[in-house]
Design a binder for this molecule. Structure first.
Ligand SMILES: [Mn+2]
Length: 430
């Protein structure tokens, strides 16, 4: 098994664009040189950056109202790996996939690991699922899982998370991501304090089973499906839990899991300072947990988050080692195209944030020169780093223009024939 898109096709298609790219790259290089920035160093940073893809992201998601099956959508983890392989082949920024249990369960995880490796893919954080019932399950999660009033249900949810750790070990993962849908839709439905206590008890039981080099990522979400009070609703609850659990517990930031207009970059800065930033679930949103493509609605916000991340990286902030992952749901686009677009937008924000003149910024801030500081940020954000991103992909064997090449390849049409619509493919929003 090898990459799905013929290498010859990438070579031919890239050849058509190489001259224009070289021109644009040289021109941008001159512009950056005037600002004291070495374009080669930026290209290297783009080449080194990686963001993981969730296995459910290549499936067709949906809204709470409907789901429209996509043509040739993956039927199982094997199909998902093939699709993730295409994204990695063309973009060269997504070398890891984040599996979801039980959706990605198989009999032989060593074989699955080898299968992923054949696409040059590894496994990132394992995601547990106690937000829906599986067939044959003893007790229901309708009224909660890790925080359920019944101990039997809590134990079942803890056991599932431990199983996820065991599977993750076989796959070479080193982290477990826990998001729970637990909460209340009505005042009076639960005791807010007791629910959090039960969460801590359950998490402690999971935490105690973490292998030596593992972390547990606690993912908060403001609302949905609990519309009155979610147990881990915000970074404050997440941080409190991570703090009480210990050094192996950190807080995962999903960009869609906050109230509109929340200053997420400031939350990121606080978590970095506390050495509790686990990493990200990247997506974009206008109103709620919309799970739209990264950078499609508010690229400036994505940039400002990366501005904090690059700042932390360059000053070598203690304990700073975030895990980057995409978490999106595609309802009206081809998921492969959306994930490629998102991966590219995320690397774009990273490179743009790397352009900020941090010495000048500090001087402006120290001198209370508000406009100078703001202009330095905007100058970096307004720089079109597309030639750097394209050159980084080209040097790694990827496509100069991944979306066009993907369409030219006819991959989706071929898969539409191979994979009949089943209507049961698992995809979700977490
Ligand atoms: Mn998420």
């Amino acid at each position: 098994m090898t990459f799905a898109i013929p290498a010859d096709l990438i070579g031919t298609e890239n050849k058509k664009l190489e001259q224009a790219l070289a021109d644009d790259y040289t021109s941008l290089g001159r512009q950056l040189q005037r600002r004291g920035i070495d374009i080669e160093a930026m290209t290297q940073r783009a080449m080194d950056y990686a963001v993981a893809i969730p296995t459910w992201g290549v499936g067709t998601g949906g809204t709470r109202f409907a789901r429209f099956p996509g043509l040739g959508e993956p039927r199982n983890i094997h199909d998902k790996l093939a699709d993730c392989g295409v994204i990695q082949q063309l973009c060269r920024a997504t070398p890891n996939v984040s599996p979801h249990i039980p959706w990605d369960k198989v009999a032989d995880y060593n074989a699955l690991r080898q299968e992923a490796a054949s696409y040059e893919l590894g496994f990132d954080a394992v995601n547990s699922n106690t937000f829906q019932d599986q067939s044959g399950q003893k007790t229901s999660y309708k009224f909660g899982s890790l925080t359920h009033a019944s101990k039997a249900t809590r134990d079942q949810a803890v056991e599932h998370n431990i199983e996820c750790i065991e599977i993750g070990q076989k796959l070479g993962s080193t982290a477990l991501t826990v998001w729970i849908a637990d909460g209340a839709n009505f005042p009076g439905q639960t005791n807010l304090n007791a629910a959090f206590d039960r969460y801590m008890d359950s998490l402690r039981a999971i935490y105690d089973r973490l292998p030596k080099n593992w972390l547990v990522f606690l993912e908060h979400k403001l609302y949905e499906p609990a519309f009155y009070a979610t147990v881990i609703s915000d970074w404050g609850s997440s941080f409190m839990a991570a703090q009480e659990l210990g050094p192996k517990a950190k807080c995962l930031v999903d960009l869609g899991h906050h109230a509109p207009n929340t200053n997420i970059e400031q939350i990121v800065a606080r978590l970095i300072r506390a050495e509790k930033l686990a990493g990200f679930h990247f997506n974009d949103s206008k109103y709620g947990d919309d799970d739209l493509d990264s950078g499609s609605i508010d690229p400036f916000r994505l940039f400002l988050i990366f501005n904090e991340l690059v700042d932390a990286e360059l000053r070598k902030a203690k304990g700073f080692s975030p895990a980057y992952m995409i978490d999106q749901s595609h309802n009206v686009t081809d998921p492969i195209e959306s994930l490629m677009a998102s991966a590219m937008e995320i690397v774009r924000a990273y490179v743009q944030a790397s352009l900020v003149d941090r010495k000048a910024l500090t001087a402006a801030q120290d001198g209370s020169d508000v406009m100078a500081g703001h202009r330095l940020i905007k100058q970096a954000f307004n720089t079109d780093v597309s030639p750097i991103l394209a050159e980084a992909r080209r040097r790694k064997g990827g496509a100069i223009d991944p979306l066009s090449l993907y369409r030219t390849s006819g991959y989706r049409a071929a898969k539409a024939k191979e994979r009949p619509v089943s209507g049961v493919a698992s995809a979700g929003i977490i």
